[in-house]
Design a protein around this ligand. Structure first.
Ligand code: NAD
Length: 252
């Protein structure tokens, strides 16, 4: 079902690739005016409006959010999607990497939300959607730091939803399973056996395949849209059943 977002203004961080780009494109196809804020926004073509910022840098986030709001005449929808990965157990990542990943994945959401809130308060349809992860709700091997960052995003989503519900600002998140994006492509390329690794990732999801960026985008756009006006403080899993299902093995 296509949402009608005509007249709404959206900002998507990390919107030049993967889930963010699919989300920015779908928001635009639904009629929204869309700004993409990214380290390198060149992947977002018109009518998407590109703005350079590093979500780990407060001044650049404030400048990009102000420029985007000025260009579009306000802001109704914020999609906090920029994020980076990390592999390893709790023994593997140095403190500096912990600080970096938490800085981008958690404080990046804080910085963008802080800059956007004054604009969202002036909207009649204000909505924030954070890109969280299955890693926030299920224990995945070799993802200690990444999971900690997404667990924080899940809790932050709930806290922000409580803080801003009476201002008319809804806050939700999506929890994707493994999504076929350039990020996962890079991980597969680096694996010893890319085809075997892809097969293992496919098999980990009950529906037997990777999630598409477009499927996550559809969930984000629903949560962002006025159709979800009574939905706040929720985490919508888009994971082929990975978080909640316990299947019996296929009989051999
Ligand atoms: P991607 O690497 O394809 O795209 C990420 C985008 O974010 C890129 O355009 C990149 O330039 C931008 N970005 C990275 N760091 C940034 C920074 N500091 N400031 C501004 N922009 C920055 O990745 P993706 O797979 O589309 O992932 C997007 C989000 O989805 C991330 O938050 C990730 O944690 C989450 N996620 C991904 C998966 C998956 O399997 N791909 C699963 C669950 C959640």
């Amino acid at each position: 079902m296509r949402q009608d977002l005509k007249g709404l203004r959206a900002l998507v961080t990390g919107g030049a690739s993967g889930i963010g780009l699919a989300t920015a494109q779908l928001l635009s196809e639904c009629g929204a005016d869309v700004a993409v804020v990214d380290l390198d926004p060149s992947g977002a073509r018109p009518p998407l409006r590109g703005f350079v910022a590093d979500v780990a840098d407060d001044a650049s986030v404030r400048a990009a959010v102000e420029a985007a709001a000025l260009a579009m005449g306000g802001l109704d929808i914020l999609v906090n999607n920029a994020g980076i990965g990390a592999a390893g157990t709790v023994e593997d990542n140095p403190d500096e990497q912990w600080r970096r990943v938490l800085d981008v994945n958690v404080l990046g959401v804080v910085r963008t939300a802080r800059a956007a809130l004054p604009h969202l308060r002036r909207s009649a349809h204000a909505s924030v959607v954070n890109t969280c992860s299955i890693a926030a709700t299920a224990g995945l091997p070799q993802r200690a730091l990444y999971s900690a960052s997404k667990g924080a995003v899940l809790s932050l989503t709930l806290a922000m939803a409580a803080d801003h519900v009476r201002e008319g600002i809804r806050v939700n998140c999506v929890n994707p399973g493994t999504v076929d994006t350039p990020w996962v492509g890079r991980l597969l390329e680096a694996a010893e056996d890319p085809a075997g690794e892809r097969a293992a990732l496919n098999a980990r999801q009950p529906h037997g395949r990777l999630v598409t960026a477009q499927e996550v985008a559809a969930a984000v756009v629903y949560l962002a849209s006025p159709a979800a006006a009574s939905v706040t403080g929720t985490a919508l899993a888009v994971d082929g059943g990975m978080a909640g299902l316990r299947l019996r093995p296929v009989a051999g």
